[in-house]
Design a binder for this molecule. Structure first.
Ligand SMILES: Nc1ncnc2c1ncn2[C@@H]1O[C@H](COP(=O)(O)OP(=O)(O)OP(=O)(O)O)[C@@H](O)[C@H]1O
Length: 258
């Protein structure tokens, strides 16, 4: 059964100087669901996500979290709400091990020294809770991991910090078939644990494999936000490329008024 949204944006506008990138955007994400955010290059996906993450301040519009209107004026505000973004270029440090990466900037201390045992235990528990069994040792440097394993560590890091909303920016873009499947499984598991997951992707197979809802941006406007079970591949492609889908009777009239 579908619950109300945990995060909801209404009427979001965002410009960079004279260029308006987001126009009156509505977007909502629900706990226990994967919402795919799709759109062509330059449609505004990254900008929208950066507004959610507090990296770009919004010009106008409402940001609601758990039904309350909130002001997110920096990444710290978003993190405090429980919103984490996992970027494509993964902010992992190659020269640190998995535990060090997962606790980077939020290290646990016991007195003046780092509490390595507790950190390792928490990291192990988080990975086990996500059924991640592919990493051999938590003390191996991240540089020795495969692309899929690195994604896994980055995602697990977001889970470790009790995030409620996890936004994944093209998590499978650089991965092969088997690793993509692993990461998608993990994405699904996050939602099954009750998190709200936003998946930015260009890959329709990935989108349909794991998403409950699909939000399509077209030239900075939200063309449609629909249940994945109610649309076909080609309808979503149409939304991405023209902002409309005639057959669906949805879309907000973008490009229609000529
Ligand atoms: N900091 C900025 N200053 C000026 N313009 C920007 C800035 N960031 C993004 N833009 C513009 O906003 C538009 C949307 O870009 P954005 O990166 O959000 O799109 P996207 O959907 O994430 O694209 P892609 O799939 O290529 O990553 C583009 O036209 C881009 O040039």
């Amino acid at each position: 059964m579908s619950q109300g949204p945990i995060l909801e944006l209404r009427g979001i506008n965002k410009s960079f100087g004279p260029v308006q990138v987001l126009h009156d955007v509505a977007f909502s994400v629900h706990p226990g669901e994967v919402t795919a955010l799709v759109g062509d290059n330059g449609a505004g996906k990254s900008t929208l996500v950066k507004c959610i993450g507090g990296i770009h301040p919004i010009d106008s519009g409402e940001y609601l979290f758990e039904g309350e209107r909130v002001h997110v004026s920096g990444p710290r505000d978003a993190a405090e709400l429980g919103v984490e973004i996992v970027y494509q270029d993964l902010a992992l440090c190659d020269n640190l091990d998995i535990v060090q990466n997962m606790f980077l900037g939020r290290e646990r201390k016991s007195g003046l020294v780092l509490d390595e045992d507790t950190m390792e235990e928490m990291a192990a528990k988080t990975l086990a809770g996500l059924s991640v069994r592919t990493v051999k040792s938590l003390r191996q440097h991240v540089s020795s991991l495969s692309g899929g394993q690195r994604q896994t560590v980055a995602i697990a890091k977001a889970v470790l910090w009790n995030s409620k909303v996890v936004i994944l920016d093209e998590p499978t873009a650089a991965l092969g078939v088997a690793q993509t499947a692993q990461v998608l499984e993990l994405v699904r598991r996050l939602a099954d644990r009750g998190l709200a997951v936003v998946l930015i992707s260009h890959n329709m197979n990935d989108v349909f494999a794991v998403s409950d809802r699909i939000a399509a941006l077209y030239l900075g406007r939200m063309a449609a936000q629909v249940k994945a079970s109610e649309v076909t591949h080609s309808q979503v492609v149409e939304l991405i490329t023209s902002g409309r889908s005639g057959e669906l009777g949805i879309g907000n009239g973008i490009g229609a008024a000529s």
